[in-house]
Design a protein around this ligand. Structure first.
Ligand SMILES: [Zn+2]
Length: 506
């Protein structure tokens, strides 16, 4: 490709609001960042295509491409499952693309093959780190469905990164925010009391009721109300010293998008705002309880009557939630679930995630096939998604120097950056044009009538692996000067014939 023809050229300056790696990608003419959008230019597009190919080669080389899917994930699962009726068709691996995002879906015949594929994805995560020159670490990922059995994310720590997760400095536990769970210390056991109604005038918050009754907040039950699109109430109960994570709650409730319930919605469901109680909750209200309400006895809860609370409330005896789930929010400073050390916030980029889904999900969606015994069985799914623009950014964050980008050979948009000094000289232009024709799709040819300084600094900024310079001097020495990006010194002279024949080994 001739540089004078490509869409998107280098810039001296980049928007100061961008991160350093985004500035590099922007200045080098790979990506344009706007307020709400990221656009790939010619060089960025080529690099992303190579990254996607590497991702497919690494994670699921057998995967077959299928069309773009309107919704992910349920629709694609149904589509793929509708094509499978018998165990003889398994395993099947497909991928679909939407722009820079690639998604894999695998259907596997048995638990053993699932285990093999999970291990392959884990190995793939460290392999892409090696191939792309970025330190990828595996962290626990947000589950898509409460019954998912494995959920892991490929994370790259970068100070300016847009993603946040939690890490334990002591034991190495690391998880995305909506996957992490703080350690909940159980309260000392005590004999169960009877439920009693006590007066608590004006105590509409946890801290107020705890202070009024002289109990720690961990001895209270917090009630949080959400509603689904149809106004149906989801009543979340959690120990008073914890907070509800709305993302976890949405996943557990399985009623789609939830919003904080309005006072009107609460009153319509027979609740008293500020004093609502899980005890004697009205029909039609979905109660989701965090496991923390089992980490203690004799809790204080609302009495569903203004100015009153209940004491001696015990889950299981006085109320039975419809769903038990982990709905506790975790944040920096909370105790690590494994060792109790304070969790710390980490920043970086999440390149992708993969998950092993429980067969309960297939059962719920009715995705069945006939197994070896000829019996209907739920399909076993593994899914993964990667964002090649995040990969592009992570590479830029790690593969650069003071002059610009340094692309790993596997994903560089072109292998060679061809440029000339004194192109007006006939022999220089002829040699360069010859090389350009011979190197074909592997070369970006800076054919501009610009100064050598401009061409060299652009070549460094763009960062292709091998710079080939044709000049009167190099021709005198018998060819073109070849220099690898990131290498010190002047490079070596290689004959035009050798370069053109492709026998040159970079
Ligand atoms: Zn820990």
């Amino acid at each position: 490709m001739r540089y004078s023809h490509i869409f998107g050229i280098t810039k001296r300056e980049a928007n100061s609001a961008l991160t350093e790696y985004q500035k590099l990608l922007s200045r080098a003419g790979f990506v344009r960042y706007a307020q709400d959008s990221v656009s790939l230019l010619h060089l960025g597009h080529l690099t992303v295509e190579k990254i996607v190919s590497e991702l497919i080669r690494t994670f699921s080389p057998e995967a077959q491409p299928i069309g773009e899917i309107a919704e992910w994930p349920d629709d694609v699962w149904k589509l793929v499952a509708s094509e499978v009726s018998s165990h003889r068709q398994l395993p099947i691996s497909v991928y679909s693309r939407r722009g820079a995002r690639v998604r894999f879906l695998e259907m596997l015949p048995d638990e053993e093959s699932i285990g093999v594929r999970v291990a392959a994805y884990q190995k793939g995560m460290s392999d892409i780190g090696g191939n792309f020159g970025v330190p990828v670490k595996e962290i626990e990922a947000t589950y898509l469905h409460p019954d998912d059995t494995v959920a892991l994310a490929a994370a790259v720590e970068i100070d300016e990164g847009e993603n946040t997760w939690l890490e334990c400095p002591e034991c190495g536990y690391a998880a995305e925010l909506h996957a992490a769970r703080p350690r909940v210390e159980p309260l000392p056991p005590e004999p169960l009391e009877e439920v009693r109604e006590v007066e608590t005038p004006g105590c509409t918050t946890i801290s107020a009721v705890a202070e009024y009754l002289g109990v720690p907040e961990s001895r209270t039950l917090k009630a949080v109300f959400y509603a689904d699109r149809d106004g149906r109430i989801v009543f979340a109960v959690i120990r008073g010293d914890l907070e509800v994570d709305p993302v976890k709650l949405e996943r557990a409730a399985g009623r789609g998008k939830l919003h904080v319930a309005t006072e009107e919605e609460l009153v319509a469901a027979g609740m008293v705002p500020g004093y609502a109680s899980p005890v004697g909750v009205s029909k039609g209200v979905l109660v989701v309880a965090d496991e923390s309400v089992l980490a203690g006895q004799n809790f204080v809860a609302g009495a569903n009557r203004p100015g009153f609370h209940l004491t001696g409330v015990n889950a299981g005896r006085d109320f039975v939630p419809y769903i038990w789930a982990d709905i506790a929010a975790a944040s920096a400073g909370d105790p690590c679930p494994r060792c109790g050390t304070s969790l710390e916030a980490a920043r970086g980029l999440i390149l992708g995630r993969f998950r092993q889904h429980s067969t309960a999900l297939s059962e719920n969606l009715g995705l069945l096939y006939l197994d070896r015994q000829g019996k209907p069985a739920p399909l076993r799914f593994l899914s993964a998604e990667f964002d090649a623009v995040k990969v592009l950014e992570a590479i830029a964050a790690f593969s650069h120097d003071g002059s610009g980008l340094v692309w790993p050979a596997a994903v560089a948009p072109y292998r060679f950056h061809l440029l000339t000094i004194k192109p007006k000289k006939e022999e220089v232009r002829t040699a360069a044009e010859d090389l350009y024709r011979s190197l074909g799709e592997e070369v970006l040819y800076d054919d501009r009538d610009a100064s050598p300084g401009v061409k060299f600094s652009d070549a460094d900024l763009i960062g292709l692996p091998v710079r080939v310079t044709v000049s009167p001097k190099s021709l005198e020495k018998g060819g073109a000067e070849v220099k690898r990006r990131g290498e010190d010194g002047r490079g070596t002279v290689v004959s035009i014939e050798k370069l053109a024949s492709g026998s040159f080994d970079s």
